[in-house]
Design a protein around this ligand. Structure first.
Ligand SMILES: [Zn+2]
Length: 328
């Protein structure tokens, strides 16, 4: 996957900071330990000397015996250090750099290839940048208030309260059990019924579990994709690539974008590609099925019908009710 140079640079900066911190931490540990137990300093100095002596012995013609002797001294010193550390209750690697990733020593590369820690950094940072405009911190399951939904039923259908309680419980379970093979959800219903709130709550839970989540409104994300498509350089198609590959894509307010052939084709591409990969997508929309058919055509609508779990949000605009309550 292609990320922008800016994001790679960010990852390199983080790694450089980690290395610096590891070196600094070791320095402080040594200073402190040497001060309290000067024997540590002696041992480490002798270990360095035996290292150099071993090199010299290895190069001299009759060095074999000498080399064995040096090795033994070296092993004894290491053993002494080991015992001293363990009598102090310190881990055996206490006197080496505490790297975040021991595999690459925070260099970001192993055998000329990018280390998993580097990939993780660029991935998480891309998600963070894409999601930074979303009010993720504001919505969770605990502050979803069911008291805004009427428990009066007309006798033919369940009350708004009953219906929304079911949806709320479904979404909560969905978030708790979320995996990259979870179901696709279609949240539909009028504005102000809690679709954004519940999808943000799911996003937040999935992010906390360590999944790569992209959350955004359809107009914003589509505009971003269009902008990148016509730009040259390293960030071309970055948003689209991430949307095709992330563990969970939440496309809020589908249908609010300015509809063109480009947006319809892009929506189809996103849905189809994610379905083929078995990656979950949550779509929220004010559109009815008929409107969806009109905006995006048969291909998109039929996929929604077959492959998405429908959640019909009902009730009276919660935002308006909140405003009215606040004015009283
Ligand atoms: Zn690494």
């Amino acid at each position: 996957m292609a990320y922008s140079n800016e994001i790679y640079q960010y990852a390199r900066d983080v790694l450089a900071q980690r290395r610096q911190k590891a070196v600094q931490t070791l320095l402080e540990r040594r200073q402190e330990l040497y001060l309290r137990f000067p024997r540590f300093e002696e041992i480490e100095a002798q270990l360095r000397l035996t290292g150099m002596a071993a090199v010299r012995a290895a190069m001299s013609p009759n060095g074999k015996e000498k080399l064995d002797e040096i090795r033994q001294v070296n092993l004894d010193l290491q053993e002494e250090r080991r015992q001293m550390l363990s009598s102090l209750g310190l881990p055996q690697d206490y006197l080496s750099e505490p790297y975040v990733c021991p595999l690459c020593k925070d260099e970001g590369f192993v055998d000329g290839k990018r280390c998993a820690c580097f990939e993780k950094l660029v991935r998480e940072e891309s998600f963070r940048r894409l999601n930074r405009l979303s009010p993720l911190s504001l919505s969770d399951f605990d502050n979803f208030d069911l008291s805004y939904y009427s428990s009066v039923s007309d006798g033919t259908a369940p009350s708004a309260f009953e219906q929304m309680k079911k949806i709320y419980q479904y979404c909560k379970r969905y978030a708790e059990n979320f995996s990259s093979h979870s179901a696709n959800l279609l949240m539909s219903g009028r504005t102000g019924l809690g679709k954004t709130h519940l999808s943000l709550a799911i996003a937040k839970a999935a992010i906390q579990k360590g999944f790569g989540v992209i959350y955004g409104s359809a107009p914003d994300l589509l505009a971003q994709i269009e902008k990148e498509r016509f730009s040259r350089g390293d960030s071309a198609n970055q948003t689209l690539d991430l949307m095709l590959d992330c563990d969970l894509l939440i496309l809020d307010d589908l249908g609010a974008e300015f509809a063109t052939n480009f947006t319809a084709a892009t929506i189809y591409q996103i849905m189809n590609s994610r379905l083929n990969k078995g990656l979950p997508t949550i779509i929220s929309t004010n559109l009815s099925y008929q409107e969806m058919l009109k905006n995006y055509g048969e291909r998109v609508s039929s996929r929604v019908i077959v492959s998405y779990v429908p959640l019909f949000f009902t009730g009276q605009d919660v935002r308006q009710q909140k405003m009215t309550r606040n004015m009283k």
